[in-house]
Design a protein around this ligand. Structure first.
Ligand code: MN
Length: 483
């Protein structure tokens, strides 16, 4: 039994999803999840939890949440529209130009939506409108332009506005101006009116994943695993990074991912040392490693997986020596993802293994204890190794004040229900000073998605091989099949 099934088996919520939506996927028959979404009850529950917090702040509290603004791409084109994660968590609404109002006194949910427009809907499909908004759980719904008045009146009435808006600057100014009008001085200021940034409140709600959310993350992870397998199996015949990226992206799309979790990173050789390498269009030179950090998104839930493998199916001695250090570091880090452990403990554990390993290989000089304290390893591992994952790939929520050890090592104690990545790496770009040429141009990262449970850490992406021999076998097996 996979550890997720074990971790969730006692949770009754599991039963609230239709049977076909449960974890029925097997490695032999990956399940597609086109259009899959969490049920409306999930979003209603999140609104109720936020309303309770808003009510506790005192009478006259209004929550205002704003959807993601649209982004032009070129000409009259727009970037694919992906809803803001906070807004989605509270509403389940995927449409643009939407505003949610939660009145804590009355306990009501009003949704402001763009007007139905037959001509526009000919191009982009049906809009929610008033009926659609109510079907999604709104007590009241108002279309623009009438919605402007509803918003202004609600803002005027409120004593306290809890504002949840991550990206819409124009809307931010509008709300600021309604709460604290421009040019108000002295007797004109309503000193009773309070504006509260609601994002940390929702962020905190999102830290502990509900069982249904963990299941969605598992689906995103499962689809992404298939994407990685496709890229590995094809890589012996690929001549360009673009083919590696395409293998993953085509696979996750076919399994139901409308969006990628983030822009695919598929770097060969030295490009693997560029942490967020965005180009994925260079030739794969013989004998190089491929580092792919890529995942799809299922029902707005992300995955974040990295594998590094030899393009031709055989690690060189240097590649293998470094690879095994990173793998050992990752395992050490995963073991720290337990309730009560501070967030930064995994960073410390992984960095220690990497530092010691690099001393063994002569890439870092001196005594192991001293070398670790000096922090020479930072040159080879210039990033943090563990972040929350959920609706956002770098998910919302605090890690606590940073440990003095590292700026990406938080002091917050982990808890069951958190989902975090574990992603150590070693990067030796071409031309790195003080390093022999044979090590240069090697970039390695291994990343998995881990659920913190009351028991053992649960690696949701464990099905995707990580051991060097298994990766070699996968690449070679793929090449053989294609012959
Ligand atoms: Mn990551």
């Amino acid at each position: 039994m996979r550890c997720l099934t074990a971790a969730l088996s006692m949770v009754s919520l599991l039963g609230s999803l239709p049977g076909s939506m449960l974890l029925a996927q097997t490695p032999q028959a990956p399940m597609a999840h086109h259009g899959l979404r969490l049920p409306d009850a999930f979003f209603a529950g999140n609104r109720a939890a936020l309303l309770a917090k808003a009510k506790a702040m005192g009478p006259g509290t209004l929550v205002v949440a704003k959807s993601m603004p649209t982004q032009p791409s070129s000409g009259d084109g727009e970037h694919p529209y992906r809803q803001d994660s906070d807004f989605y968590y509270l509403t389940g609404v995927e449409e643009e130009h939407a505003v949610a109002l939660l009145d804590a006194d009355k306990g009501t949910y009003t949704l402001l939506v763009q007007a139905r427009d037959p001509r526009r809907e000919t191009y982009t499909g049906t809009r929610l409108g008033v009926a659609g908004a109510k079907a999604k759980g709104a007590d009241e719904a108002v279309e623009y332009p009438a919605a402007e008045k509803t918003l202004n009146e609600a803002l005027q009435r409120a004593k306290r506005v809890v504002f949840i808006n991550n990206f819409d600057d124009a809307f931010r100014l509008k709300v600021l101006d309604a709460v604290y009008p421009k040019g108000t001085v002295g007797w004109k200021v309503d000193y009773e009116k309070i504006l509260v940034d609601g994002r940390p409140i929702v962020g905190e709600m999102r830290v502990i994943k509900q069982p249904m959310e963990v299941q969605m993350i598992q689906r995103a992870v499962d689809a992404s695993i298939e994407g990685h397998l496709a890229a590995m199996r094809g890589s012996a015949t690929f001549t360009n990074e673009g083919q590696v990226a395409a293998a993953l992206e085509g696979t996750v799309r076919a399994l139901g991912a409308r969006f990628l979790s983030y822009q695919t990173i598929a770097g060969a050789g030295g490009n693997g040392c560029v942490l967020h390498y965005p180009f994925n269009d260079q030739p794969i030179t013989p004998g190089s490693l491929i580092l792919m950090d890529a995942s799809g998104e299922i029902g707005f839930y992300t995955s974040d997986i990295t594998r590094t493998w030899p393009a031709n199916g055989t690690f060189t001695g240097e590649q293998r020596a470094l690879y095994d250090i990173v793998l050992k570091a990752q395992e050490a880090g995963i073991q720290e993802l337990r309730p009560g452990r501070p967030h930064g403990a995994s960073m410390r554990a992984a960095a220690r293994v990497i530092s010691d390993g690099l001393v063994d290989l002569g890439l870092i000089q001196g005594d192991k204890e001293e070398a670790f304290k000096r922090g020479d390893w930072n040159k080879f591992l210039p990033h943090g190794v563990s972040h929350y994952l959920g609706l956002d790939v770098h998910d919302a929520g605090s890690y606590g004040p940073a440990d003095t050890f590292h700026r990406h090592a938080g002091t917050r104690a982990l808890a069951a229900g958190m989902v975090l990545t574990m992603e150590p790496g070693i990067y030796i770009p071409k031309g790195m000073e003080g390093v022999a040429a044979k090590w240069q141009g090697i970039g390695i990262r291994i990343e998995d998605v881990i659920l913190v449970t009351a028991n053992e850490p649960c690696n949701l992406s464990a099905r995707l091989p990580r051991r060097a021999e298994d990766l070699e076998a996968l690449v070679r097996g793929g090449a053989k099949r294609l012959k």
